[in-house]
Design a binder for this molecule. Structure first.
Ligand code: ZN
Length: 167
């Protein structure tokens, strides 16, 4: 297990769709360890494999500040969304950027755990928002893609300046 570098916008690897994990992917537990080790030094609460340069459908969630254990989701898929609202988001791959994004605050999803067992789960609040954000990463999508058109235009017009400032 090792701490990995986090890939930052505008790296094109953040735009690639991640491949589902299959039974042949023997590196899954090492990848899960790397995600955990990398996330725990960032102060963030969630991280997806594409953000450490691995184009596979795995993500980790750390809501331990709320007394929960680390959660891994493999090949996650959202089945239903409800209770939409604007939520303030940020991203480890977009340092220094926060924006208000329209998200479902109640979600039903299916995923596999690290042993390959499939489960279905209803989640809400912060957990639901984080999972949508990370599942977007697995599809090559960033939260700024979900801004309304005018704000997205402004974001793209100023992104180069922000990237240089953060470097
Ligand atoms: Zn992110």
């Amino acid at each position: 297990m090792a701490r990995r570098g986090i890939i930052a916008y505008p790296d094109i690897r953040l735009r690639a769709a991640a491949r589902p994990i299959t039974a042949n992917d023997t590196q899954l537990s090492a990848l899960a360890g790397d995600l955990r080790d990398t996330l725990c030094v960032t102060g963030g609460i969630a991280l997806s494999a594409p953000q450490i340069g691995v184009p596979l459908q795995v993500l980790v969630l750390d809501l331990s500040a709320r007394g929960d254990a680390l959660e891994y989701y493999v090949n996650p898929r959202i089945l239903a969304r409800a209770a939409w609202g604007f939520v303030e988001e940020s991203c480890l791959s977009l340092p220094g950027v926060t924006a208000s994004v329209l998200r479902a605050t109640r979600v039903r999803l299916t995923a596999q755990d690290l042993t390959g067992a499939r489960f279905e789960r209803d989640v809400d609040g912060l957990r639901a928002v984080c999972l949508q954000h990370e599942i977007d990463h697995l599809a090559g999508r960033l939260f700024v893609d979900r801004l309304d058109p005018l704000r997205r235009l402004y974001w793209h017009a100023t992104a180069g300046r922000r990237a240089r400032a953060a470097a």
